[in-house]
Design a protein around this ligand. Sequence first.
Ligand code: ATP
Ligand code: MG
Length: 427
Amino acid sequence: MMRPMKAVILAVGSELLGVDRLDTNSLKLTRVLERYGVELVGKAVAGDDEAEIAAEIGRRLGQGLLVLVTGGLGPTADDCTRAAAARALGRGLTIDEAQVERMRAMFASFGRKMPEVNRRQAELIDGAELLHNPAGTAPGQLVEVPSGGALFLFPGVPRELEALIGLHLEPWLEKKLGKEGGIERGVIKVACLPESVLEERIAPAYDRFGRADISVLASPSEIRIQFFARGTAAERAARLQEMTSCLTELAGSAVFTDREETTLESAVVEALIAAGATLSTAESCTGGGIATRITSVAGSSAAFAGGAVTYSNEMKTLMVGVPPQLFAEVGAVSREVASAMAEGARQRFGTTYGIAVSGIAGPGGGSPEKPVGTVHLALAGPGDGDLAHRQVRFPGDRERIRRMTEQLALEMLRRSLLGLPLPGEAK
Ligand code: ATP
Ligand code: MG
């Protein structure tokens, strides 16, 4: 195949035609195609249906395209991508005994015997190259059609797909096309800053780099600024670097990362570890959501001691020592209670910091003085009194209020740890 190379993606799996699963594998493949300057001209989803899959593969290979298929390489009868591809190519399928042995060894390493149905996963299209899969039992396959076009079969499990992309697709594209000519994407992520404020701040970057190359994607209390660069590998790297530092400077202290893989919670854990500090939580309206996010980060045990879900007033007293008279005096959703929860968690868990939230997530429970969305957040640390407190009123439904509360709690902590102005303060 020669330049310009064009590609299509076919995601196989009946679950992808239902109401609760979306094809995301194609996004991973698209990113790689972009990097090598391969134009994606179509995407399709097919159920586990041999005739449908064969028809789509046959039609697209007939157009001389690079066809990337994910899914349907499993061992069960509904996994029919191999057979469909063989049919589309007019070729046979032969079991690769060396692959069967590798699969047996893989099962043996988990102390299991390979079920006989798994032999099907070693069926290789005649003339195809087997693509080793270090992350699972289903190998991928590559067929380069002499009359033009090429076909890759990849497993559907996202983790396995990623492994095969790095091991097989990228080297193949690099061999065919070299490294030049594609586009590379960069990102910076921003927490707890209104979109309009961010837009105003980064406006100079639009003038400098062009509006078309920068896009802003907002979700509750988190915004991604995405941008891309074209040209040779060296040009792309230089321009991305320039865009990243310009946008980071303009957006200010709300930027928590310029790495795709970093989340707000992982940035917090990183900052805690760097400070040699530890954390505990006391959560009311988020029901453990902050602790869940912190513990989703691998290695968080170095910094996170634990948390209390103190939903009732009794538990706020019993678990983190909130003085019971406060509930009558100022109510559970108050600065005093949030602060007592934070300090109580900090002391009882023996940590450097304690963070606490108490609020009204709704839809019921609001009052004129404390409407739905009212939340108090408090951060306790070494020394007397709150390190930080925020009273906010978030808009939206229960889920959104809970999410925004988690974001603000994590962001207050991150900024305190890094000595940055707190959300809502100066840039
Ligand atoms: P494999 O080829 O790896 O055996 P499969 O299609 O046989 O894949 P499934 O059991 O159907 O395996 O899918 C494995 C998991 O991968 C499921 O959770 C499925 O939803 C997910 N998955 C499959 N295809 C996609 C896709 N295009 N995007 C996101 N997730 C996917
Ligand atoms: Mg499937």
